[in-house]
Design a protein around this ligand. Structure first.
Ligand code: ZN
Length: 92
């Protein structure tokens, strides 16, 4: 069974966690982009407003996901080493 997940190992406490590729490689949207979309959704009306607020929520969700995945679930450190599927992370 081939591993599909990326492995991140905390540089601080050695904790390891797995991430699917989409999450391991996605970038957080810029804060200004998230804010602009939030504002756009306030001023838009009707269908446009719906669309903006969905995009706004999606951006916020993505931002939160990236930030929380970039932090060790054990100690909260954001220093980690990432291994691709197929790489052999050192066995602890
Ligand atoms: Zn840690």
């Amino acid at each position: 069974m081939a591993a599909k997940d990326y492995t991140r190992i905390c540089n601080n406490c050695g904790n390891r966690w797995l991430l699917p590729k989409e999450w391991a490689t996605e970038k957080a949207p810029r804060g200004s982009q998230v804010k602009a979309m939030g504002r756009a959704s306030l001023f838009a009306i009707g269908k446009q407003r719906e669309r903006y607020s969905m995009q706004s929520m999606a951006l916020q969700g993505q931002q939160e996901r990236v930030l929380s995945n970039a932090r060790c679930p054990g100690c909260g450190s954001s220093e980690y080493t990432q291994y691709k599927p197929g790489d052999a992370p050192p066995s602890s």
